[in-house]
Write a protein that binds this ligand. Sequence first.
Ligand code: NAD
Ligand code: DAU
Length: 331
Amino acid sequence: MRLLVTGGAGFIGANFVYHILEKYPEYEIVNLDALTYAGNLENLKDIENNPNYEFVKGDICDKELMMDLVSKVDAVVHFAAESHVDRSILDSDSFVKTNVLGTLSLLEAAKNNGLKRFHHVSTDEVYGSLEKDDPAFNEKTPYDPRSPYSASKASSDHLVRAYYHTHDLPITISNCSNNYGPYQFPEKLIPLFVTNLIEGKKVPVYGTGENVRDWLHVKDHCEAIDRILHDGKIGETYCVGGNAEKTNMEITHEILKAMKAGEEMIEHIEDRKGHDKRYAIDFSKIKSELGWEPQVSFEDGIEETIEWYKNNEDWWKRIKSGEYQEYQKAK
Ligand code: NAD
Ligand code: DAU
């Protein structure tokens, strides 16, 4: 199988590239990434010379390039996106360009191109925000996005489904909860808090910290996408979750405890605008149809993740200082 992975220099995409090349050494991967601030070729150093791996720098909005790349592969796994909610609140333009128009350009390239599969990686945030006792999101939950990020991802999901219904494009979609693990850009909650504490800095909790997220180790997410890509039913959506709902304060206390830091390191700051209260995922469909369920408990996963950031200081310090961008300019 020859795969086009978009956004493979980002957090989940890079973990997915490693997952595939390790599990299916005969597969070929073309990684197309624009190398925005979130893309980092240092994430892929261990496989950059693998003969079955090729990196192409480019933008998913570039229709001609997408047409050329899609015509040479069997399947597309589409990760590329602007992914950070806070950035979408400050400036939504790039979110609409990449997440909506970029996805459209990829769909146009994929249309009538003999693809076996177009898998679109999406988020649980398209379903909106839950109250404490509401049932978890599932594949039938109506869309109710509330941030420019989630609105742009919801639009992309609708376009992907529209290309299935209108053009018979063989699509699948996954809507997943919050990921954590190696190579996550240190703007997101867990890597930001862990790296701040290593640097002796405080951790900025938005508002009261009572907001709830469901956490899934990135390895489990990659395995879920792998199952959907190979065995998922065309036209279907699968909700993917970690069975690990935590308030932000619970996460903060677990990180502080694991890193032997005190309460004085917590700084409550102004809340995120429109901050969604709670996300939760009912993953019974993927469990019953594809036999997938999370394998990494949050307790083990967070311990392993903290160790990873402790052992890879060079990686995240080069991001925080901006030096990582020099490495990719030279590539
Ligand atoms: P990320 O921000 O770490 O990586 C995104 C990658 O996309 C980067 O390498 C970036 O350079 C690339 N990119 C951005 N715009 C591009 C463009 N126009 N053309 C080509 N490449 C471009 O994101 P992530 O956290 O790895 O998320 C990957 C996907 O998974 C996204 O679609 C996101 O919506 C989805 N998702 C993320 C999470 C999570 O918790 N991180 C959970 C569920 C779903
Ligand atoms: O649910 C899936 C989504 O999870 C993905 O689609 C997004 O791409 C991904 O970024 C993530 O979105 P969140 O907004 O939930 O993740 P983030 O790490 O930014 O924030 C997690 C929670 O922590 C959220 O309630 C806001 C809070 N937070 C975040 C940061 C960065 C803080 O309290 N302080 C912070 O500094």
